[in-house]
Write a new protein. Structure first.
Ligand code: PRX
Length: 654
């Protein structure tokens, strides 16, 4: 294969401010380099030392990394620990009355809960689960809205060695059914309903529907948290109210000490084809990844007020809501609602209200908030912020600049964190007191994370070329297996031609400073007149135009060029029609021609009020490719957030 070409040049650089650098946990490039060197000199020793420092072990490990059954790697395998003990109990001596969770409901009501209270609630609920026959290794489905209860449920499972599988509350009964069956769950924890953006969402009804579909005979009980009080169907022999079973239990539950490799959870992630994959994570290695990255990348301090806006239904809500921050004894904000309710200033209002110092969100949220009111942050006092983060997609340089200027007031470093459900924790991201930032780059790998860019046969690409992003060495928080499907695990992540390298599935290039730039998913790479182009750079060029809020690029087969470029564009203003649309499309084509070059000029531009996105906010380019080809959409769109948009995007301009 030829490598993937990088066509966009970004030259802006932002160094850490002196005060930030001096106070940072890892200070200056020397600090970062020293950690990287230590990992290079003694890879397993580096991780073993961290594991001893950062985790309380009930039985210390003597083995560090077992590679005998690669790629089924095992870390710290003869050690025993409990994740819930590490997230809660170990803070009780010194920080029992520190606030662990500041929960803000959709309607603005606030509930605070201390570590001591969290401990009681987790213990009671864990005891209740035990009474229902749940124990070591049993799988429990959690289908809850963002709530204190969702975190309690996860922690309670961890406490008794049960394996949770959280299903995002926005998923349908069909998706839920698929996951219940695949994971072989014994119990479901849900709520009567949820509230998002002032509107009720039914949850229990979806559970009833899913279970009625057969194949769920292993489900003996459904625990229902009463959130809204809406009417729900009740199966007396199966359904239990959360508050009733919790109140009957005692305040203490002895943690079950599990092997480090015991699965802490299984989280489903959609593959590009076929059924979702149950990504299986470990307890010890996973927790270590969450803790070290919280310290390194978020520079987390005891005094921080931390807020990650991700739902617990995603990996970000696992590592950076339910586990990482608690393991560090953080005070964190948990938000039930959506960024646009009651208006698009909600995030900024909450930052002001709770004096948030670390704020972590997704590029898709940033882009949509720019569209809805680019100056809204200026109405709030955001002076408490000291660090910003993003995750989930490449952040286009112009969206980065807005985040930097308007939200961060040019004071706050931005940690653009590249990682995946499968990696468990951050892999490439700036250590903010050490690494200079470049808008649009996730910068450099974390210490002890050995990344590379290679050709399709695994050959290392020297210099600044683009290619496949891979991880060269096993790392503690890596995926352990695809639940029940080791063969799929091996094929998807350790394909033979890569000879033991972990295939991330993204394309990326490295610049002359060794910075990584993610170019998009490999499946989305375009081939235009023999040039292989990632989607990210053309999209970013479009987003850099002052009229444009969001853009997505796909290829359409073309007899001569191989592929032609089709751009789907959302403007900051109204969706244009008729001659307006033609004029703007022509302007944007010229713009890309100037920003990148004629090779990247879209052959066609279509306008929509929005783009089709998954529930987690990722653009569904697969659908856009079908639309570009004029195909009817026959594939599964149950995970699509806004199906109505597809109609608009079928329309060609002129
Ligand atoms: O394509 C990359 C993109 O999201 C994928 C992982 O998605 P998921 O498993 O849902 O996890 C999302 C939260 C970690 C990656 O393969 N991605 C994630 N973060 C970034 C990113 N692309 C570019 N820059 C990022 N910071």
């Amino acid at each position: 294969m030829s490598s993937i070409e990088s066509v966009l040049t970004e030259t802006r650089i932002f160094a850490p401010r002196d005060a930030f650098r001096q106070a940072a946990t890892v200070s200056g490039l020397e600090g970062y380099q020293a950690l990287c060197d230590a990992a290079e000199q003694d890879y397993t020793g580096f991780w073993a030392d961290l594991a001893r420092q950062e985790i309380n072990w009930q039985t210390p490990f003597t083995e560090v990394l077992d590679e005998s059954d690669a790629p089924f790697y095992r870390w710290f395998a003869d050690g025993k620990l409990n994740a819930s003990y590490n997230c809660i109990d170990r803070h009780l001596e010194k920080r029992a009355n520190k606030i662990a969770l500041i929960f803000e409901a959709d309607d603005g009501a606030i509930t605070n809960i201390t570590y001591k209270e969290l401990h009681q609630r987790v213990c009671r609920f864990a005891n209740a689960l035990k009474k229902q026959g749940i124990g070591l290794g049993d799988r429990v489905i959690i289908y809850l809205p963002m709530s204190i209860e969702a975190i309690v449920a996860m922690q309670a499972c961890a406490r008794i060695g049960a394996i949770h599988s959280v299903v995002f509350g926005g998923f349908s009964a069909k998706s839920l059914h698929e996951r219940i069956v695949d994971v072989g769950a014994k119990l479901v924890i849900t709520a009567d309903g949820g509230v998002r953006g002032g509107k009720p969402v039914a949850l229990k009804a979806a559970v009833d529907e899913a279970i009625s579909q057969g194949g769920c005979e292993a489900i003996k009980k459904v625990i229902v948290y009463q959130r809204t009080g809406i009417d729900i169907a009740w199966h007396a022999e199966r359904d239990l109210w959360w508050h009733e079973i919790e109140s009957a239990e005692s305040d203490y539950c002895e943690p079950v000490w599990v092997d480090a490799e015991h699965p802490l959870f299984i989280l489903y992630t959609s593959g590009s084809t076929g059924t979702p994959k149950g990504v299986q994570h470990s307890t010890g290695g996973y927790l270590l990844g969450a803790i070290t990255s919280m310290k390194w990348v978020f520079d987390h301090k005891a005094t921080d007020i931390y807020w990650c806006t991700a739902d617990v239904g995603w990996i970000t809500g696992h590592s950076y809501v339910a586990y990482g921050p608690l393991a560090l004894g953080s005070t964190q904000v948990v938000f039930e609602g959506v960024p646009t309710y009651p208006d698009a200033g909600r995030f900024w209002q909450m930052v002001e209200r709770h004096k948030v110092s670390i704020f972590y969100t997704a590029p898709t949220a940033i882009r949509s908030l720019i569209k809805l009111g680019g100056d809204l942050p200026n109405r709030y006092d955001l002076s408490s912020l000291r660090l910003l983060g993003t995750v989930g997609e490449p952040i286009n340089p112009e969206a980065w600049m807005w985040y930097h200027k308007v939200v961060g007031k040019e004071r706050c470093p931005i940690a653009d964190t590249w990682w995946q459900t499968e990696t468990g924790s951050h892999m490439i991201a700036p250590l903010p007191g050490a690494i200079n930032l470049k808008p649009g780059s996730c910068t450099r790998p974390l210490p002890g994370i050995i990344m590379d860019i290679v050709e399709e046969d695994g050959t290392h690409i020297d210099g600044t070329g683009g290619g496949l992003l891979v991880v060269k060495k096993p790392w503690p928080s890596m995926i352990r297996n695809i639940w029940g499907n080791p063969e799929r695990f091996r094929k998807a992540y350790f394909p033979e031609e890569l000879k033991g390298l972990y295939l991330a599935g993204d394309s990326a290039h490295r610049d002359e400073d060794g910075y990584f730039w993610i170019m998009g998913r490999i499946d989305d790479v375009l081939n235009v007149s023999g040039h292989r182009l990632g989607t990210m750079e053309i999209e970013s060029a479009l987003v850099a135009n002052p009229l444009v809020a969001e853009a997505a690029i796909v290829g359409r087969p073309h007899e001569i060029k191989g592929e032609s470029i089709v751009a789907y564009v959302v403007l900051k203003g109204e969706r244009p029609e008729g001659d307006d649309a033609k004029t703007i499309a022509a302007q944007l084509r010229d713009w890309v021609g100037k920003e990148i070059g004629p090779i990247a000029k879209p052959d066609e531009i279509r306008f929509g009020e929005n783009l089709p996105k998954t529930r987690s906010g990722k653009i569904m380019r697969r659908l856009l490719r079908s639309l570009a080809k004029g195909e009817e959409i026959t594939s599964d769109i149950s995970t699509l957030d806004n199906p109505a948009i597809l109609e608009q995007l079928k329309q060609t301009v002129g």
